[in-house]
Write a protein that binds this ligand. Structure first.
Ligand SMILES: Cc1cc2nc3c(=O)[nH]c(=O)nc-3n(C[C@H](O)[C@H](O)[C@H](O)COP(=O)(O)O)c2cc1C
Length: 357
């Protein structure tokens, strides 16, 4: 179960401290210029080791394209991608080889499989998400052909919430904050949390612009359900909201319905999706991340033989996973939108006729 998508389909492989992380992308249409500089920029946005607000694991994240590209263009064949792991410190994990970190996947992976690669969390590590960002970059190359754009940023760190949405600020902020006026407070809370050997949760906003009407499949692959599945499949994500999300459960139909005029919708409570299908408005999604499970405070756990142990972790960890997670979530939205675009080839006979005329 390492695959997502129907036509634009990604399959990832690899572990945190194995030789690297890879991905196979099926469904990349032929003839698209593979902009390597852009793909590398996308990977750089997710990279750790760049400031105090992220893990100090410093990987180069140089992408190797193994197949599916010839003379700079996609060939329509499967795209094979590999990204090496070069900055592993597996010794940091010797002390927990038979212990389960509270809040992490160690306990459940061990009980399900009877074996686990404990080094850096193995496959349960978000190191895997580098493949999602790489595939998301390829998806964005498809979206670009239609001027569709995705953006992301941090709405909230702990209790400190953005009061305005400024994607340009998020792009240059070290913590991808959407609001310059609260950015320093958000940074401060991360620094203080780190000083107290703890971690903190956060919320990311992911938006998509210039969306055509009609992306999404009724009823079992709705745009909403694909977003829910892929976002909730990202490590540490505990809730996803579309448009007004949970607030719409507190409101009246008369205020929640987006009124329709000749010029378009007069509001966007729906987050750009109606009946599982994009309505042409901006898509807005909130992604809620829990605090990083690996913290440097004493914790209570057990070992594989159920002996109770006092745990003190070592290693390099993100103090707030929402920050780098926001970039991954944006890539995931791009993957879904690319898949939905391709699926529309079969939505109307005219589309097929255009191909075979
Ligand atoms: C971008 C990103 C970075 C993460 N970094 C860390 C980390 O440094 N340390 C850690 O313990 N968990 C980290 N996580 C979270 C764990 O991978 C995740 O909590 C764990 O796999 C358990 O899965 P669950 O939280 O979905 O139950 C990160 C998640 C993301 C998305």
């Amino acid at each position: 179960m390492n695959t997502f998508g129907k036509l634009f389909r990604i399959t990832t492989f690899g572990e945190s401290h194995g030789s690297g992380i890879g991905c196979v992308i099926d469904g990349m249409p032929a003839g698209i210029f593979i902009d390597l500089e852009f793909i590398q920029e996308e990977l750089n946005r997710r990279k750790g080791g760049q400031n105090t607000y992220a893990t100090q694991r410093k990987e180069e994240d140089r992408i190797q394209i193994l197949s599916g590209v010839f003379e700079g263009y996609s060939t329509g064949m499967p795209i094979g991608i590999f990204i090496e792991n070069n900055n592993t410190k597996s010794k940091d994990y010797d002390g927990i080889k038979d212990l389960f970190r509270p809040g992490h996947g160690d306990f459940t992976y061990f009980h399900k499989y009877g074996i686990r690669d404990y080094r850096g969390g193995g496959r349960s590590s978000a190191r895997e998400s580098v493949a999602r960002v790489a595939s998301g970059a390829f998806a964005k190359l498809i979206l670009r052909e239609f001027n569709i754009e995705t953006k992301s940023g941090i709405l909230q760190i702990g209790e400190i919430q953005a009061q305005k949405i400024d994607f340009a600020n998020a792009r240059k902020s070290e913590i991808f904050s959407l609001d310059k006026d609260v950015e320093n407070l958000q940074k401060e809370i991360i620094i203080n949390t780190k000083k107290s050997h703890d971690s903190i949760g956060g919320v990311a906003l992911i938006s998509a612009f210039n969306i055509p009407i009609g992306l999404g499949e009724p009823l079992y692959y709705k745009l909403d359900s694909a977003i829910g599945e892929l976002m909730l499949g990202l490590n540490g994500v505990k809730a996803v909201e579309i448009g007004d999300g949970i607030n719409s459960a507190k409101s009246l139909g008369s205020s929640n319905n987006d009124q329709i005029r000749k010029s378009g919708f007069t509001s966007n409570h729906s987050g750009g999706i109606l009946g599982g299908i994009s309505n042409g408005e901006q898509i807005n999604i909130k992604v809620y991340f829990k605090p990083t499970p690996s913290i440097f405070k004493p914790q209570k756990t057990i070992d594989e033989n159920k002996n109770e142990v006092d745990l003190m972790l070592k290693g390099r960890h993100d103090p707030c996973i929402a920050i780098r997670g926001s970039v991954v979530a944006e890539s995931l939205l791009a993957i879904i939108l690319a898949d939905m675009l391709l699926l529309n080839m079969v939505s109307k006979i005219e589309h097929l006729k255009k191909i075979y005329k």
